[in-house]
Design a binder for this molecule. Structure first.
Ligand code: PH2
Ligand code: MG
Ligand code: MG
Length: 177
């Protein structure tokens, strides 16, 4: 297998969302866990956006954020870690696309593409969702989607989703320490 580089460090792009409880605190807590476990280093985060629910409309508005970082953790382990953070934060198994206190989705993992029963990377619906692409474009607009061969900025430009996504807490004022 050809590794991305000799240290096998991968540039990871993650989307987080919350529409239950203290939404902002939930995002901070989840990012804190990712830092603490050293799953990700060199974390860069987007602003926090308040977003209209997509898929299942009758639920509270979300806060969404995107973060990028470097990870030397294999993709499946990182996915398991994201799931265990959701579990540790008390996420309940609810309806698909329904209300949740925290959702952590891996969008991109280096240039890897995986399509298994447990995991699909790149995230299969990222190109259809403004609430994913807007925050992601803020920190990784030039990153190329390994399947579509287009940048995040280009995907955002051609995205037909017109649901509302508004910047709530700008990167400048966001304190993610
Ligand atoms: N997540 C979903 C379904 N719908 N809508 C918004 N605005 N933000 C989300 O994070 C979101 C959603 C399923 O993961
Ligand atoms: Mg999701
Ligand atoms: Mg998810």
């Amino acid at each position: 297998m050809v590794k991305n580089n000799i240290l096998n460090q991968n540039n990871v792009l993650i989307s987080l969302g919350s529409n239950e409880g203290d939404r902002e605190k939930n995002l901070h807590t989840a990012i804190g866990y990712l830092k603490e476990t050293e799953a990700l280093s060199n974390i860069v985060s987007s602003s926090i956006y308040e977003t209209e629910p997509v898929g299942l409309l009758d639920q509270p508005w979300f806060l969404n954020i995107a973060i990028s970082g470097i990870s030397s953790m294999p993709l499946t382990n990182l996915m398991q870690l994201c799931k265990s953070i959701e579990y540790a934060m008390g996420r309940k198994i609810g309806v698909r696309w329904g209300q949740r206190n925290i959702d952590i989705d891996i969008l991109l993992y280096g240039t890897e593409t995986v399509h298994s029963k447990q995991l699909i990377v790149p995230h299969p619906r990222m190109q259809e969702r403004r609430f994913v692409l807007m925050p992601a474009a803020e920190i990784a607009g030039d990153r190329i989607h390994p399947i579509f061969g287009e940048t995040i900025n280009e995907l955002l430009q051609s995205c037909k989703d017109r649901s509302i996504v508004k910047e709530l807490i700008s990167l400048q004022t966001l304190d993610l320490k």
